[in-house]
Design a protein around this ligand. Structure first.
Ligand SMILES: O=C[C@H](O)COP(=O)(O)O
Length: 332
């Protein structure tokens, strides 16, 4: 009985909650931005070593896969999205894995971290997730290119928030990064932050279009200084989306920002993450570089449309009825 109670406590501590903005930001520190570097060959060597590492022991994989589910922003961002598709996605977010598997794993109550949709689909998602505690994230600001007029991008944020989106994924103007106009990027991000009001804001850097890892490091710092609650790699629409080298650079920028300010900013790799084993590599990376505190949905998310399906298949394969103890281990 004591074990069951402990399990329930761990599980409930994983349930996603609407998240208050936590990063007040700071004045733009241009010296800090200019000093940010990224040693490409060292980063690529470290990234190449990650998939072979054994930070997640095989015995505990099911527990870690459940952890990954609790951190998914379950996403549909397609031109042919319909309210029916969004309702089905929300049902999946509420119960991401078959009930018999959840029972075997002792994971009743497990949900995804959020559901992520275009602005037009926010009302349908809010309705379908009522009383679930699962937040709706809207991609706003002229997603994915972010090239619509600035006042319309701000207005889109306001509309998404008033329709009930608790989280806003904004896209930055890549040209500010490519031209080294850090002040313009800072001002843009600050305006987006202000337009979000109480909603949580994730800054999508579109790293595949930023030209260099050094630009990724600098853009990460500027967005955090301007108040981003999360930094996110990609829209999923660039030709290169989330990668391990880019993740290392962004995660280290988050660590540096935390060391200097004491403020924890979240991380969201997104785009092309569709395999359960890749999700384990990302969780290991976060654990090693940032520590256990970042392994919760308020500080870590996967932006993914098809990852959940593969995790469900792997869990089906893993279920043996002996994972309760393992889950406690994974909870750190
Ligand atoms: O933000 C989330 C991404 O758009 C999802 O990308 P994906 O469809 O490659 O998983």
């Amino acid at each position: 009985m004591q074990t069951e109670q402990a399990d329930r406590m761990v599980v409930s501590s994983q349930l996603p909650q609407a998240i208050e903005p936590r990063n007040p930001g700071m004045p733009l520190d241009m010296d800090w931005v200019r000093s940010a570097q990224a040693n490409r060959s060292a980063i690529e060597r470290r990234a190449a070593s990650l998939p072979g590492r054994r930070s997640v022991k095989k015995d505990y994989q099911a527990a870690w896969l459940c952890r990954a589910i609790s951190c998914i922003d379950l996403t549909t961002l397609a031109g042919d999205d319909t309210e029916g598709r969004v309702r089905r996605l929300c049902a999946k977010a509420r119960q991401p894995v078959r009930r018999d598997l959840l029972d075997a794993l002792g994971m009743q109550g497990l949900t995804t971290g959020a559901v992520c949709v275009y602005h037009d689909m926010v009302p349908a998602a809010v309705k379908a997730l009522k009383r679930s505690g699962i937040p709706v994230a809207a991609v706003s600001t002229g997603f994915p290119a972010g090239l619509s007029p600035f006042h319309l991008r701000l207005a889109e944020i306001g509309e998404s928030v008033s329709e009930g989106a608790a989280e806003i994924d904004i896209v930055i103007s890549r040209r500010h990064v490519l031209s080294g106009n850090w002040q313009a990027l800072y001002d843009e991000m600050k305006a987006f932050r202000a337009a979000c009001g109480e909603a949580h804001v994730k800054a999508i850097l579109a790293t595949g279009e930023l030209g260099s890892l050094r630009n990724v490091a600098r853009a990460s710092l500027v967005c955090m200084m301007a108040g981003a609650d999360f930094i996110k790699t990609s829209t999923g629409k660039e030709s290169v989306n989330a990668t391990l080298p880019v993740s290392l650079v962004m995660i280290r920028a988050i660590r540096e920002y935390y060391e200097r300010t004491g403020i924890r900013v979240g991380y969201k790799p997104a785009g092309g993450i569709s395999k359960a084993k890749d999700s384990l590599v990302y969780l290991s990376l976060i654990k090693e570089e940032l520590g256990d505190r970042w392994l919760r949905p308020d500080l870590f998310r996967f932006g993914a449309s098809s990852l959940l399906g593969d995790i469900e298949r792997q869990l089906e394969h893993h279920v043996t009825g002996a994972y309760s103890a393992s889950w406690r281990h994974a909870a750190g």
